[in-house]
Design a protein around this ligand. Sequence first.
Ligand SMILES: NC(=O)C1=CN([C@@H]2O[C@H](COP(=O)(O)OP(=O)(O)OC[C@H]3O[C@@H](n4cnc5c(N)ncnc54)[C@H](OP(=O)(O)O)[C@@H]3O)[C@@H](O)[C@H]2O)C=CC1
Ligand SMILES: O=C(O)[C@@H]1CCC=N1
Length: 273
Amino acid sequence: MTTLPPLAVLGAGSMAGAIVRGLIAAGVDPASVAVSTRTAASAGAWRAEGVRALALEDDPGANTAVVAGAGIVLVGVKPAMVLDTLREVAGSLDADAVVVSVAAGIPTAAMEAVAPNPVVRAMPNTPALVRRAVTGVAAGSRAGATELALARELFTAVGAVVELPEHRIDALSAISGSGPATIYFLIEKLTEAAEGLGFARADARLMAEQTLIGSALLLESTGEEPTELRRRVTSPKGTTERLIAVLDEAHLDEVFGRAADAAIARAKELAVG
Ligand SMILES: NC(=O)C1=CN([C@@H]2O[C@H](COP(=O)(O)OP(=O)(O)OC[C@H]3O[C@@H](n4cnc5c(N)ncnc54)[C@H](OP(=O)(O)O)[C@@H]3O)[C@@H](O)[C@H]2O)C=CC1
Ligand SMILES: O=C(O)[C@@H]1CCC=N1
């Protein structure tokens, strides 16, 4: 990990912040990271973690200041602010710096039009914080094998990486970028179902949450197919068989398909601003 060049982060909130904290957990020196935020409070929190941080609230030149000397510039602001933020720093980027954007929707071509550097588009997810992200990475037209390898190194430090053509990023985002929200929603709904059966909230939450975590660990540690692990729970003519029959009637594959289509449609809206 020490091979990563100095990292600048424009906007270190939920997503880029999780990446930075995951990188630090992976051994990256916090002092090699510079972040900009909007508020002084956020910048102060980063400084308390040993990261160099400037807030626009304190210093209107915060964004241009943090990119100086950076080999990777991670763009972590909201999609609507990406192009303005890049425009603002374009003249201050090191010539060989690679711009890596995690913004939903914003195409590399639009970013290339406002900044002269190679651009890689990435779609991570928040488990980057615990180094268990899934990140899709796609090269823009100026990014070659070297730039893509750098992005891969960055995101491999915080989880798994899938390389894909840019036109597939929105689809990946619908599954894994938004995926933690899907999973937490499932936990919420299972908890509500348990409460409906008369369990106290704390017990309901524990049952839903620990079942998800335990099942995920079992899946990972055994390397078995989910279908096989499900079969081992589903005793012939038993209770699970009845439960799965009801879930099956809900046609969850179609529901997930429609949900993904809605997310993809929103990404396309973000692309046009
Ligand atoms: N959240 C997620 O799970 C995922 C998000 N993304 C993408 O990540 C990006 C950020 O989303 P998210 O992290 O959720 O949003 P947040 O609101 O949590 O983070 C945005 C960050 O940008 C800072 N900021 C605001 N304005 C500026 C500015 N003009 N210059 C520099 N920094 C600024 C904010 O500062 P302050 O803290 O002071 O408010 C904050 O740190 C989006 O483009 C989104 O599409 C991608 C994958 C997953
Ligand atoms: O909701 C969003 O727009 C971002 C992108 C994927 C996850 N969060």
